[in-house]
Design a protein around this ligand. Structure first.
Ligand SMILES: Cc1cc2nc3c(=O)[nH]c(=O)nc-3n(C[C@H](O)[C@H](O)[C@H](O)COP(=O)(O)O)c2cc1C
Length: 180
């Protein structure tokens, strides 16, 4: 079993990557593999509502990572999407990508239906919960069961031992759901 870890930060090795690594380490403890998807720093287009994705579940724009992300999520058994908090929401570039990924994959054909999913955020001080709520909307729309932990999956940048514990619990709960 493979859980896809999407780093929605432009920083490949930043706080969001570290939070996702915590999830990865705990998944390994439970015998579950992980794969990574970095959104990176290149330009990302927004959805233009052309509906050309209707037939093939693919975005008509092929000059960014949208279709690669559709394939990566489709191939994984579950997905965890992490984002830094920007102005009390997820990273705008990540949302631009996810609007197209989830619209192309799930508006017409429900490609991700039934795949367990979770969102996590990292922040300096505040806005983590609002950002998680926004990310969860992609899963709710796509009929994906949201895996919970014992608190919100938000992490502060430094010395957040409770936040780390929450992410470990998330990985444990994800494993349990995958094995059921
Ligand atoms: C444009 C921008 C907006 C931000 N807005 C917030 C915010 O609203 N609340 C907060 O606590 N931190 C905010 N931060 C801090 C980041 O969320 C925090 O540093 C995050 O952990 C960075 O993750 P990364 O290292 O994976 O990129 C902001 C940072 C940037 C660059």
């Amino acid at each position: 079993m493979v859980v896809l870890l999407v780093n929605g930060s432009p920083n490949k090795n930043g706080h969001t990557a570290r939070a996702l690594k915590t999830v990865e380490d705990e998944l390994h403890v439970h015998g579950v593999d992980a794969a990574w998807f970095q959104i990176g720093t290149k330009m990302v287009r927004g959805c233009i509502g052309c509906n050309k994705c209707e037939e093939a579940c693919r975005c008509a724009f092929t000059d960014d990572k949208c279709n690669d992300m559709i394939d990566a999520i489709a191939q994984a058994d579950a997905v965890v999407i992490g984002s830094p908090v920007y102005f009390a929401g997820p990273n705008g570039a990540l949302c631009a990508l996810l609007d197209r990924v989830f619209y192309a994959a799930c508006a017409h054909k429900r490609l991700f239906r039934g795949k367990p999913a979770a969102a996590l955020t990292t922040c300096w001080r505040a806005g983590g919960v609002a950002a998680i709520d926004r990310l969860n909307k992609y899963f709710l729309y796509s009929e994906m069961p949201i895996v919970s932990s014992k608190y919100w999956n938000m992490n502060f940048m430094d010395n957040d031992s409770f936040g780390t514990d929450v992410l470990r619990q998330l990985a444990g709960n994800m494993t349990e759901m995958l094995k059921k």
